[in-house]
Design a protein. Sequence first.
Length: 328
Amino acid sequence: MKILVTGAAGYIGSVCSEVLLGRGHSVIALDDLSEGHREAVDPRGQFCKANLHDADALNEIFHAHQIDAVMHFAALCLVEESLKKPGEYYRANVAAGINLLDAMLRHGVKKLIFSSTAATYGEPENIPIPEEHATNPINPYGASKLLFERVLKEFRENSRLEYVTMRYFNAAGASGERGEDHHPETHILPILFEAALSQRGAFQIYGTDYPTADGTCVRDYVHVVDIAEAHALAVERISEIAGRVYNVGNSRGFSVREVVDTVRSVTGQEIPIRVAPRRAGDPAVLVASSERIRKELGWSPRFSDLKSMVQTAWAWKKRFPRGYTSSR
């Protein structure tokens, strides 16, 4: 299958491209490099630098390649930034996605895997969170992703679009060649590694008075390779499961303190900690129910324990201590 991957120079998009190529698919890797890194793109794929707002560029790409399906990762994804710049998030996560859908349909491409988020659920009422849980996002990031999910439903009703929505939880870990390198960095493992390497100051724990075993937030971490393999399974069986929504998670949670302790153990470094006040909108516990994807797609995480996730991420960080080296 020839698959167009948007956001292919980003963390999850680059690893997903690597997994797809390893499974024998062809990849057209699309990214505007505003956030991603050219070095992250697997050289076995074909890279196209383009912005999803550029309809002419999209038409050229679809015209030049006999694309069978699309995996859509390109998005803005910082919760705090979305609160300050909601317009940018709706333009990037909804308007740009509609441009992509229009280009797909103009060129007869009707298969799409959409990379969504657990942020669509908002404050959970039930743990673990099933796909049937109410969707009440509490920030523009989650709201923009949910809105595009609704757009997909409407397109399917009018164009026979086959799509699958993947709501994954906290991505972590690395493949052998590709890992996390964000600017600014917001994910817990690379921040802890930077603290371990004295590339930043003390790691901040936001709130120690949550109703959890150790008072810190609990999150469901899922290895980025497991996320990529879930997407690959979905695109390979999309005609059977079109219209479905799947959580991608481990169905178990780890607290912030557990993550810190595991990073200390793996790195052998004593990481300085500073306790800070809670951040607005941080639920105490977010854990996925992954029963549906396990049952319907036969997916199960290969890296389900926290130590394995930390070890793979740390191995990548040691190989690339400053991340991808060239400018974006």
